[in-house]
Design a protein around this ligand. Structure first.
Ligand code: EPZ
Length: 418
C-alpha cells in the first residue's frame, strides 16, 4: 500500500501549473462515444480516474492513443455497449456513459456506480431524466439495463441540480428527436466545457451555466480537438495548501471567477490576493482570524469539493468558524484523522465547528476519499513534525503529479511503498 511521508512546518513558496479538470475530462471522454472520427483532447489530466475512463472506452472498442496530457479517442469502430463490471465499479463517473451509450447504441448497461465513499451516491435523478426521454429501465442482478432507441425530446424538470445527471441527460438528449430542455439543471463550469466540446463536434446545445439547458437532438457528431478547462478544485487545493503553511503561491492557468467564493473569504480576511484572467497569486499576511459560517452549495456557491481542504486550513486560521456540508451526507470522514493530529474541531449534524486554532502535530493518518485525502496532506504540511498519509490511491484519482507539484512549492513529501 503506497503512503506519503510528509515533513511539516515549512512555508510553501512557488508556482503550480494547474492541470485540466477531472470533472470536465470525465464527462467529455464519455461524450466521445457519440462521435465518429478522431478526437484529440489536450490538457487532459494525468489521473487514475481518466485512465479508468480510457480503459472503459477501449473495452467498448474505441481506439485510444496518447501520452501525457494529449489523448486521442476515435469511437468510429466502437462495437460494444456493455461496460465490464470490474471497470464500472472503479469510479462513479462511469455512470455518465449511460446517456452517451443510449445515444450511440440505443442501450446501456451500467452497474451501481463506484467512486469515493462520501455518501449514498444514488442515481435516481439520472434514471428519471432518461425515462422522461422515453428510455426503459430495468434492474437485474445488480445491473441497470437502459433501453431507448427511439428517444423523444422533452422538458426534463430536475428535482435537484445534480451535476452528473445534468451531463447524462444532456448526452441522451442528443439522441432524442426534437428539442429537449433541462430545467433546474446544474450550473457548474464543467458542464459549459462539455457543452462547448459537443458544439465543436457539430452539436447544438445552449444555456450551460444557467438553470435551463436546451439540446437540439438528432445531430451527427464528428470528432474534434478540444482543450479541457482548468481544474478549479486543484487550484483551490494548492491555494489553501500554501496559505495553510503561511506561505505564498502562484497558480498558473486558472482564472479567479472559477473559485470566487474561496477568493472572497480569503480577501475579506486580509490575505494578499492578486489575479488576472490567466493566474492567481496569493500570500499569507498574518490574515485576520476567519469566523462565521461557510456553507457548501451547488455552483456558484462554495464547492463541496473544497470543503475538507477549507476545514483543514481553518483548523489553524479560523477559531469559531463553522463549515456546513449541504451536498454529501458523508463528507466528514477526514475529521477523525485531523483530530488525531490535534485539531480542535467537532462535528455537529452536517457542520464542522472549529473550536480553537491548535498547532497540528504530525501523525499516521488514513485517506478515505479523494478530497479528504488531499486535506490530510495539507494538514501534514502545516503540522509540526512528520506525518504519514496512507491509501494514496484515493488522492491519485484526482490530483496528477501531486508530490512533484508539492515539491515544486518547497514541500517535503516522499512516496513510500510499504
Ligand atoms: C459531481 O459528482 C462531481 N464528480 C463531484 O466531484 C462533485 O462533488 C459533485 O458533482 C457536486 O459538485 C464528477 O463530476 C465526476 P451530484 P456527482 O449528482 O455528479 C445527490 C470530486 O471530489 N444525487 O451533483 O455525483 C447526491 O447524492 C467529486 O471531484 C441524488 O440524490 O454529484 C449528492 O448528495 C466528488 N440523486 C448530490 O445530489 C442523483 O441521481 C450532488 O450530487 C444524483 C445525485
Amino acid at each position: 500500500m503506497e503512503e506519503y511521508l510528509i515533513k511539516g512546518g515549512k512555508k510553501l513558496d512557488g508556482a503550480v501549473k494547474i492541470s485540466g479538470a477531472k470533472n470536465a475530462a470525465l464527462p467529455i471522454l464519455a461524450a466521445a462515444v457519440m462521435t465518429r472520427g478522431e478526437n484529440v483532447f489536450t490538457a487532459c489530466p494525468q489521473i487514475s480516474d481518466v485512465s479508468s475512463m480510457l480503459k472503459i472506452l477501449q473495452s467498448l472498442g474505441c481506439k485510444v492513443d496518447g501520452s501525457k496530457e494529449t489523448v486521442s479517442v476515435d469511437a468510429s469502430m466502437m462495437n460494444r455497449c456493455r461496460i465490464p463490471d470490474s471497470l464500472m465499479k472503479e469510479m462513479r463517473s462511469s455512470v455518465f456513459l449511460a446517456g452517451a451509450l443510449l445515444t450511440r447504441c440505443g442501450e446501456a448497461v451500467i452497474s451501481s456506480p463506484g467512486g469515493c465513499d462520501i455518501g449514498k451516491r444514488p442515481i435516481d435523478i439520472h434514471i428519471s431524466g432518461l425515462e422522461k426521454l422515453g428510455a426503459k429501465i430495468e434492474q437485474k442482478d445488480g445491473c441497470i439495463l437502459i433501453k431507448g432507441n427511439k428517444l423523444e425530446a422533452a422538458d426534463v424538470i430536475m428535482p435537484y441540480p445534480s451535476v452528473g445527471a445534468t451531463e447524462n441527460i444532456m448526452m441522451a438528449a442528443i439522441g432524442a428527436k426534437g428539442t429537449t430542455r433541462l430545467i433546474n439543471c446544474a450550473r457548474e463550469p464543467e458542464i459549459a466545457d462539455l457543452q462547448n466540446y459537443i458544439n465543436r463536434c457539430g452539436g447544438k446545445i445552449s444555456g450551460a451555466g444557467t438553470g435551463v439547458i436546451t439540446v437540439e437532438g438528432g445531430r451527427e457528431l464528428k470528432g474534434c480537438e478540444h482543450r479541457i478547462m482548468a481544474d478549479r478544485i486543484e487550484a483551490g487545493t494548492y491555494l489553501l495548501m500554501a496559505l495553510a503553511t503561511e506561505g505564498r503561491v502562484f497558480l498558473d492557468g486558472i482564472s479567479r471567477p472559477l473559485i470566487e467564493p474561496l477568493m472572497r473569504i480569503l480577501e475579506n480576511a486580509g490575505y494578499d490576493i492578486k489575479s488576472s484572467q490567466e493566474w492567481i497569486w496569493a500570500s499569507y499576511t498574518g490574515g485576520r482570524n476567519i469566523h462565521g459560517i461557510i456553507r457548501t452549495a451547488p455552483y456558484p456557491g462554495f464547492p463541496t469539493d473544497l470543503q475538507p481542504q477549507m476545514t483543514t486550513f481553518l483548523a489553524k486560521a479560523g477559531a469559531g468558524a463553522i463549515i456546513e456540508e449541504n451536498i454529501f451526507e458523508k463528507r466528514f470522514e477526514y475529521v477523525k484523522q485531523l483530530k488525531k493530529m490535534g485539531a480542535d474541531i467537532e462535528i455537529f449534524e452536517n457542520k464542522v465547528i472549529i473550536r480553537n486554532n491548535n498547532i497540528l502535530c504530525g501523525a499516521q493518518v488514513e485517506a478515505q476519499d479523494l478530497r479528504g485525502g488531499a486535506a490530510l496532506v495539507i494538514a501534514g504540511l502545516m503540522a509540526d513534525g512528520s506525518t504519514v498519509v496512507r491509501n494514496t490511491k484515493y488522492i491519485k484519482r484526482g490530483y496528477g503529479e501531486f508530490t512533484e507539484k508539492i515539491k515544486g512549492l518547497g514541500g517535503e513529501i516522499t512516496v513510500n511503498e510499504n
